[in-house]
Ligand binder design. Sequence first.
Ligand code: AMP
Length: 248
Amino acid sequence: MSENHDRAAWLAGPGASCRADEPYPERSYRMILLGAPGAGKGTQAEFLCARLGTCHLSTGDVFRAAKCMSGGLSPAMQTAMEYMQRGDLVPDVIVIEMVRERVSCLQCNYGFLLDGFPRTVAQAEALDEMLASKGVKLDAVLSYELSVEEVVARLSGRRTCRSCQTTFHVTSKPSQRDGVCDRCGGELYQREDDRPEAIRVRMAAYRESTAPLEEYYNREGLLVPISAEGTPEEVFMRTAEALNQRLG
Ligand code: AMP
């Protein structure tokens, strides 16, 4: 997440206003990040937001934020939590409605990096319709490619800050103090859906539901495949080169 965007309108939904301390970028990029869970989309989103001044719009973050908010969860959110805890995809109707309520974020002059949405062809079609109705065009769909073995190794070692959602890894990106976030001092925990049983379910959901989106966006001429092997910095160099080639 950019230090200068709190994404309140995205995380808390209609009624919330974002605090954004930086001017609008000269160019608003509107992109989708695709890739298996653990491919590093969140980390690349942080790099990209810092470079391009865009907002990182993650549907997983909306669900996690809802869980932490005071006040009761709506029935739709309660159902979403049950699916999420098992590692299953939340039903399309719930996710699509949640994004529709936040459609103003897709028109924002900061631009956006959608992370974790769309995850099914039905969600991609709904997104196309939302964007078309607002006259917004996508610039690119960045598709991060990684082997299954590497995905499992990355996810099972991931630790997430309860307060600011920054992620660490027990071996490749450890925090300075065990269990404590370097950024805000919050508590680090293992997400329920990063446990081995849930990882298996998430990978199956990815293969069945999300992988077909590569073909969907390839047909639309938007797909930019990027290898996600190596360090986050190496992957970002590849991302920057690919974007340069595509968007100039
Ligand atoms: P993420 O942080 O993107 O890995 O999302 C965490 C969990 O939230 C997923 O495993 C799903 O249970 C749920 N989720 C997030 N985005 C979506 C989506 N677009 N469609 C269905 N479920 C989602």
